[in-house]
Design a protein around this ligand. Structure first.
Ligand code: HPA
Length: 269
């Protein structure tokens, strides 16, 4: 498999399908952890071969705490993917990260609980190809620098102003946060809040896959805006943000296919 076909996108809210994507095949897979959220779809995005999977399922039916993150990442890795860009709809905690804007986070804080969050849980998966049954992956910088930089460069080529660093706090959901929880997260240094980056990003690291998130702010975090967070407002802001992201992707796939993204040493044979 050439380097171009090693890129996958994980769709989230607002990105259940990839705009401008021409599908060529789809693969319903089974993994040692069960079925992924959707088929792994292959095709071309602006002429570049990519794979795509929909995190919440194609009808957006799977809530954040029920997503089979292990199966999703495993299925992509089994397809040969070594670089993932994940989409995320998030709330803005930082006063500057207003609805409609795009953020490429560089850090994560985990507020989730009870999720199947590792491939190294003591029960070694026979025939899995993982090199160790116990592995403490390095995770000081959770996102891949080169992939992030390519997204940042693409944003500037597309003339879209983005935030090129942020701490993404990952909550359990599916409920939104209380205002007090958001205040606490702000004290922790969190800039944006969402429900799906973990364990997705750390599982990718466990399998040696480079990962970057492109986050779209769709609401002001709980207690920050005027009035309640409504799904109607979220949908409107998603339209603004997804149009910016589509423009960024056009440049990103070009930059990606021209460059060589270093991957972390794979664990999987
Ligand atoms: N909190 C958590 N997840 C989210 C939010 C939020 O405010 N908006 C979109 N996803």
């Amino acid at each position: 498999m050439d380097k171009q076909t090693r890129l996958a996108f994980i769709g989230g809210t607002g990105f259940e399908e990839l705009p401008d994507f021409f599908e060529s095949s789809r693969c319903d897979m089974e993994t040692p952890f069960g079925a992924p959220s959707s088929a792994v779809v292959h095709g071309k995005l602006f002429g570049v071969q990519v794979a795509f999977i929909s995190r919440h399922g194609e009808g957006h039916t799977i809530p954040p705490h029920k997503i089979n993150y292990r199966a999703n990442i495993w299925a992509l890795r089994a397809t040969g993917v070594s670089n993932i860009v994940g989409f995320a709809a998030v709330g803005g905690i930082d006063a500057d990260m207003v609805s409609g804007c795009v953020v490429i986070p560089d850090q994560l804080i985990d507020y989730t609980w009870g999720r199947e969050h590792t491939y190294f849980d003591g029960e070694f998966y026979k025939g899995s190809g993982l090199s160790h049954s116990l592995d403490h992956v390095e995770f000081a910088r959770p996102y891949n620098h080169a992939l992030r930089q390519q997204l940042i460069d693409a944003s500037s080529k597309a003339q879209i102003d983005i935030f090129n660093s942020a701490v993404y706090g990952v909550t359990q959901g599916p409920r939104l946060e209380t205002a007090a929880e958001i205040n606490k997260m702000e004290k922790d240094g969190v800039n944006i809040v969402g429900m799906t980056a973990l364990p997705e990003v750390s599982l990718a690291r466990e399998l040696g896959i480079s990962y970057a998130t492109i986050a779209m702010v769709v609401n002001e975090a709980a207690g920050r805006g005027e009035g309640e967070i409504t799904m109607d407002a979220i949908r409107d802001n998603l339209i603004t943000a997804t149009s910016s992201v589509s423009k960024i992707l056009k440049y990103f796939v070009r930059i990606y296919s021209e460059g060589q993204t270093p991957t972390i040493a794979p664990n999987l044979g």
